[in-house]
Design a protein around this ligand. Structure first.
Ligand code: COA
Length: 255
């Protein structure tokens, strides 16, 4: 079974997380597939919009912790960093339909989408601190910018989850939808975009993002260096070990 489904229909490339037994957590192989799909979508004139979606019960549990433990990303060309660079610089419209939990990169990738639609059960969280890590995907820049510093501190220092309505209020989500409607609503919105001139969409997106593009790239590189180092340090080893052993982590002896 393919862990990322890639379906192109009438100008829309739909990428679906399809690893429900592991709560759609993302392995390096999946990051590589996503990075390749975005390159394909960028170069293929038959694709005008990309839509990322998960299952109705879960969007994604974030990085696959076992995979990260066994094979931490090595260097900036590792699949996770390639995916992040590709989504951050993706020139055409990109949309996400979120239902259920969106953990870690499941939430931070949304800051690089142009439109985010959420089912009313969507729960967003960025628990990097609780895992002995630091933010990625330029979220240390984009979260305070979007939410304001104090709400960002709740999300990034406390790692507190927030629900669809709160995400709507801070502007992370465009619209909250009742059960079963989120994917179909996103598809309908994507089709509206397909009917518009692609050159205008691409240029408008480029202009909206131009002021920050370099800043985002630099922040991502800085975060990537810290994240890669912290993955190998005792706090992350303890947090990941605790997750695998289904126990609470104990950071009391880690300085
Ligand atoms: N990496 C690897 N495996 C994961 C995973 C992850 N991020 N998230 C869930 N899984 C696996 C579990 O280990 C479990 O596997 P098993 O059946 O072989 O024991 C399976 O998916 C089901 O997970 P479970 O925790 O029992 O599901 P749940 O419905 O009770 O909870 C979540 C769902 C998403 C709330 C919970 O799994 C979770 O918090 N996951 C970790 C999220 C996280 O910290 N991500 C990393 C961000 S960097």
């Amino acid at each position: 079974m393919t862990d990322i489904l890639n379906h192109i229909d009438q100008g829309v490339m739909t990428l679906t997380f399809n690893r429900l037994d592991k709560k759609n957590s993302i392995t390096s192989a999946m990051y590589a597939t996503l990075a390749d799909a975005l390159e394909q979508a960028q170069n293929d004139s038959a694709v005008r919009v990309v839509l990322i979606q998960g299952h109705e019960t879960i969007f994604s549990a974030g990085n696959d912790i076992a995979d990260f433990l066994n094979a931490p990303p090595a260097g900036e060309n590792s699949p996770v960093f390639r995916f992040l660079r590709n989504i951050a610089s993706f020139p055409k419209p990109i949309m996400a339909a979120v239902a259920g939990p969106a953990v870690g990169i499941g939430t931070t990738l949304l800051f690089h989408c142009d439109f985010v639609y959420a089912r009313d059960n969507a729960a967003f969280s960025m628990p990097f601190v609780n895992l002995g890590l630091c933010p990625e995907a330029a979220s240390s820049l984009l979260v305070p910018q979007m939410m304001g510093y104090h709400r960002a501190a709740e999300a990034l220092l406390m790692g507190d989850p927030f629900m669809a309505e709160a995400a709507l209020e801070v502007g992370l989500v465009n619209r909250v939808l009742p059960p079963t409607e989120v994917n179909s609503y996103a598809q309908a919105q994507a089709r509206k975009l397909v009917a518009k001139p692609i050159s205008s969409l691409v240029e408008t997106k480029r202009l909206m993002k131009a002021g920050q593009a370099e800043h985002i790239k630099a922040q991502m590189a800085q975060e990537g260096a810290s994240f890669g180092r912290m993955l190998r340090e005792p706090a992350a080893r303890e947090a990941f070990g605790a997750f695998m052993e289904k126990r609470r982590p104990d950071f009391s002896n880690i300085h």
